[in-house]
Design a protein. Structure first.
Length: 84
């Protein structure tokens, strides 16, 4: 399973490596995501609030189709995944 991360906004206070590691850990341990993320996928992350407390992401497959989204805390402590 290949996973890439792309940031659509320049987040300066977000611990990127911590958040990306947490997302990888979540998808590797979640049976629902294992069925969806079979090939190379990209997580397009952004933070729209001024303090960068929350993170949003779209997960897209190699073909560009969005198949899931996530939102939650910038440190990865509370992330909510929604699969389409």
């Amino acid at each position: 399973m290949g996973v890439e991360f792309a940031w659509s906004t320049a987040a300066t206070t977000v611990p990127r490596h911590v958040l990306e590691s947490k997302i990888r850990e979540d998808i590797e341990s979640d049976p629902e995501s294992a069925l969806v993320i079979l090939e190379k996928s990209r997580f397009i992350l952004s933070s729209n609030d001024p303090l960068e407390i929350t993170i949003n992401a779209r997960m897209v497959c190699q073909c560009g189709k969005a198949f899931a989204s996530l939102s939650g805390a910038n440190d990865g402590s509370k992330l909510t995944y929604s699969y389409s």
